[in-house]
Design a protein. Structure first.
Length: 156
């Protein structure tokens, strides 16, 4: 079945078990990773997000400006978008509204990654998930895998 069980344990911190089951979603297309956009202007954080999503089976593209993100979204429909709210060019909330109103992007999962809890909560209805920064590598990787598995079962 090609599933996987992982254990992470730290003394005096506890243990975390992760179970990953293949979704079968990309059957016959295993050589084509699922596209994901990371729309984040902080390079180090964008790199961490990218590595986590690549490990979860996505092909990532990092976009550091809101205006460039809108241009790319007009050309491509990614499966998932990790979206910062405070971007140069165009703000994250405008990008979120664009994605939610463009029928081509109806299946795109949106993960808001923001340090601004109040702003993120106002946009909660339009996001699939909200992560408050700082966001950890393992946390994002595991959440991305869950979103991919949900999508394979048609749970949009």
């Amino acid at each position: 079945m090609n599933g996987e069980i992982r254990l992470a344990s730290e003394i005096d911190k506890g243990s975390t078990f992760s179970i990953f089951c293949p979704s079968g979603r990309r059957k016959g297309k295993q050589h084509e990773p699922t596209p994901a956009f990371i729309i984040e202007d902080e390079p180090d954080l964008a790199g961490i997000f990218s590595e986590a999503l690549v490990e979860a089976g996505f092909a990532t593209e990092i976009i550091s400006r809101g205006d460039k993100a809108l241009a790319r979204l007009a050309e491509t429909a990614p499966e998932i978008v990790i979206l910062d709210m405070h971007l140069p060019g165009v703000s994250g909330d405008k990008i979120l509204r664009y994605i939610r109103t463009d029928q081509r992007l109806a299946g795109t999962r949106i993960v808001i990654a923001s340090a601004d809890d109040a702003l993120a909560q106002t946009l909660e209805a339009d996001a699939d998930l909200i992560l408050l920064k700082p966001v950890g590598f393992i946390q994002l990787r595991d959440l991305a895998r869950r979103l991919l598995a949900k999508d394979s079962h048609g749970d949009h």
